[in-house]
Design a protein around this ligand. Structure first.
Ligand code: ACO
Length: 384
């Protein structure tokens, strides 16, 4: 059957492929709304558990509901032996963290097999996968370093546990607040590639763990989960404020893109950059290297000015990656954990989109435009 006539839109740009109440990205105004809240309102106040509850239930939890969710996640945080064995095998091969995370996330199905009290398999899968991603990332990091994983502490919340399991002891309030702000800021962002991938998978009637594994695969790509690492590398390369202009000018002169600037959707400053800049400022003022933060501000100012010179009127502004890099570095995370940590936050959105897709959605099955040959005739092998 011919699939012609649908009108091909490369990259599906401008195509509306879902209705959602979860988040809205206004690229022209530079606004991000998450379940009705401006991201600025949410990020500076919410804990990760509150964001998860909000996305799953479209309302903030009361104290009892929040306590229940915290407890439900705490019970599912420790990894089964099979997951740890898999991580040990991956570490012995030096597998990159995103690949190890993708493989180990699939083992959440082992947990999700224990039906929840109300028998809701998708909800149980969501709890299992949200709870275990930070444990996997932290355990794998330690295994790569030849150390033993640190067991989660049931008394600590989700963000605090992540830092704790990375081996730094019980984290200070400033670090926990900074990580909460990061996780809330990246929890959901419209119909981005990994979220779309998750929705496509559950739209077939497949399970939620499969959807998260697929989403992790999509997030890993450099055009999406990105590389906040390179943005930080540039700040380190510059080293001191007076070198910002010559170094950045030289990069632009060589035709390089300045990492951490520009965005496909936002044509003004990415609102997440503001939120994370504030969080980073607080973190660096208390726990961090204030000189590095000051240098990053100089680099940002210089880069924006040079980009205006380089591409006048394009308004190339700071994107989320620039301050992500600074914030996660300030929390002591190595660059190879930046994308896995993005997944630790974004899984809140992935799971919520899976619920939404299952409730309201339809099998996602677009069309393609056939541009191949027609009416070929079979040639026996000796005649080819
Ligand atoms: N440095 C130098 N030049 C740039 C930059 C940059 N950071 N960003 C865009 N430009 C240039 C483009 O080359 C283009 O030039 P041209 O018209 O001569 O071809 C012009 O500015 C306009 O580019 P856009 O169309 O606005 O950019 P596009 O939508 O194609 O790309 C992207 C967006 C990929 C984010 C780009 O800005 C970029 O490569 N930035 C650097 C990498 C980066 O920070 N990535 C993380 C993005 S945040 C996220 O995805 C979570």
């Amino acid at each position: 059957m011919s699939e012609r006539g649908a009108g091909f839109v490369p990259g599906l740009e401008g195509v509306v492929a879902a209705e959602t109440r979860l988040s809205h990205v206004d690229g022209a105004a530079g606004e991000l709304t998450v379940a009705g809240f401006p991201v600025e309102e949410l990020a500076n106040r919410a804990t990760f558990e509150e964001v998860v509850y909000l996305l799953w239930h479209d309302a903030l939890p009361d104290a009892g509901q929040l306590a229940d969710l915290r407890e439900a996640l705490a019970r599912r945080r420790a990894l089964p032996r099979a997951t740890l064995d898999l991580l040990r095998a991956a570490a012995s091969e030096g597998t990159p963290p995103m690949d190890a995370l993708r493989m180990a996330a699939g083992t959440a199905s082992l947990r999700a097999g224990d039906a929840s009290a109300d028998g809701d398999a998708a909800y149980e899968e969501a709890l299992a996968v949200v709870a275990c991603l930070p444990t996997i990332v932290a355990a794998y990091r330690l295994l790569l370093d030849g150390e033993e994983p640190v067991d989660p502490d049931p008394e600590l919340g989700h963000a605090a546990n992540y830092l704790y399991m990375l081996g730094g002891g019980v984290p200070g309030d400033g670090s926990v607040r900074a990580l909460e702000a990061y996780l809330a800021t990246v929890a959901d962002h419209g119909l981005n590639a990994s979220t779309f991938a998750a929705r496509v998978i559950v739209s077939t009637g497949s399970d939620l763990v499969s959807a998260v594994v697929g989403a992790l695969g999509a997030l890993k790509g450099p055009l999406h989960g990105g590389a906040p690492g390179p943005a930080l590398d540039v700040v380190f390369e510059i080293g001191e404020a007076r070198r910002a202009e010559p170094v950045l000018r030289e990069k632009l002169g060589r035709g390089e893109r300045l990492m951490g600037f520009g965005h496909r959707v936002y044509k003004v400053r990415d609102p997440r950059a503001d939120v994370l800049a504030t969080a980073a400022e607080l973190l660096y003022a208390t726990d961090g290297d204030a000189a590095l933060y000051g240098l990053a501000l100089e680099v940002e100012k210089t880069a924006v000015a040079l980009l205006e010179e380089h591409k006048p009127g394009r308004n190339l502004q700071t994107n989320v990656e620039f301050y992500t890099a600074l914030l996660l570095h300030g929390l002591g995370l190595p660059t190879e954990l930046f994308t896995p940590t993005f997944a630790v936050g974004r899984v809140a959105g992935w799971t919520a989109h899976c619920f939404e897709q299952t409730e309201r959605g339809r099998l996602i099955r677009p069309q393609s435009e056939y541009v191949g040959e027609r009416d070929r005739r079979w040639l026996p092998i000796e005649e080819r």
